[in-house]
Design a protein around this ligand. Structure first.
Ligand code: F1P
Length: 293
């Protein structure tokens, strides 16, 4: 069994633990009314995007999201939340260093002994969600679960909903797919971007991701037989009827987008195996991007 397959399957248990951690560390999470920026790189950036949209939608305060390398240091925030599995990503450490003494900072990281602990005011450590695979699955959704639990979401119910998704059969037609476009509204756009990255990292696939309503503004030009359009969350835009005649398959599940993401993770692991790729050690990727200057 690959590491990624094991890590994908451990998500429900880790999400339940995440709910306990959120309850125990409540004050270290963003408080209602705070002006917050959430940052990350790669997968962690997309989890940051999902959380930022959910927090603002919940009326808990303005919540911006930035790739760590694009953080606008001239702006004032009450708190910066940095997500980083490794806790060693250069852009994250540089950002926290520059914010030291100016802004309260909370990091979420997988290891208790990692550099970010010395850079953030508080680090919420999630060692039970650390991973061997370079491609993130378990840590990403567990960090998001901690943050969602902090917003009052029922993360245990999400874990229950995830269990059957871990064992359902993947449709055969997915395994010969040529291209996939992932779509989502609001916070599900962050999940769509993560899904697209997952397929690129693990399977070297051509994938794209857009907000649902952007789909008609050009991305629909590539819809064709043998391709997929995957919509996270309810298809309130009625896109299924528009995709149908193009010959592309439209995929849409009823579950919460975080739960539906597990299907994409399993799809990525299965497609990697078919293509003779190692999803634990993908071409060109490293566990953490550590820059020398
Ligand atoms: C973030 C990240 C991963 C990516 C690659 C390099 O790392 O960009 O999302 O898949 O492995 O690192 P981190 O800051 O969350 O450790």
């Amino acid at each position: 069994m690959s590491f990624i397959a094991d890590e994908i399957s451990r998500q429900p248990g880790a999400w339940r633990t995440a709910a306990e951690i959120a309850a125990a560390t409540g004050a270290d999470l963003p408080q209602p009314g705070e002006r917050v920026a959430v940052v990350g790189c790669g997968t962690s950036w997309f989890m940051a995007e999902a959380y930022a949209a959910l927090r603002e939608q919940a009326g808990q305060g303005e919540t911006d999201v930035f790739a760590a390398s694009l953080f606008p240091h001239g702006r004032r925030y009450d708190r910066v939340v940095a997500i980083s599995r490794s806790g060693t990503t250069t852009e994250i450490l540089d950002l926290l260093e520059r914010q030291r003494g100016r802004t309260r900072t909370t990091a979420l990281a997988a290891s208790a002994s990692t550099a970010v602990v010395d850079y953030a005011d508080v680090t919420i450590e999630l060692p039970f969600a650390d991973e061997e695979s370079i491609v993130q699955t378990l840590f990403a959704t567990t960090a998001l679960s901690v943050l969602r639990a902090g917003l009052g979401h029922d993360v245990r119910a999400l874990a229950d909903a995830a269990e059957p998704v871990l064992v359902e059969a993947l449709p055969e037609q997915w395994l010969t797919v040529e291209q996939i476009t992932f779509l989502g509204r609001d916070w599900a756009h962050g999940v769509a971007r993560e899904a697209a990255l997952k397929m690129r990292e693990a399977t070297q696939s051509w994938t794209e991701a857009y907000p649902s309503k952007e789909y008609r503004h050009g991305p629909n030009a590539i819809a064709a037989p043998g391709r997929l359009v995957w919509h996270f969350g309810p298809d309130v835009e009625g896109l299924a009827a528009e995709v149908g005649p193009t010959g592309a398959a439209f995929v849409n599940h009823a579950e919460d987008p975080q739960v539906d993401l597990i299907r994409v993770q399993r799809f990525a692991a299965a497609l990697a195996a078919i293509r003779g790729l190692d999803p634990d050690r993908p071409r060109n990727l490293t566990r953490s991007v550590v820059l020398s200057s």
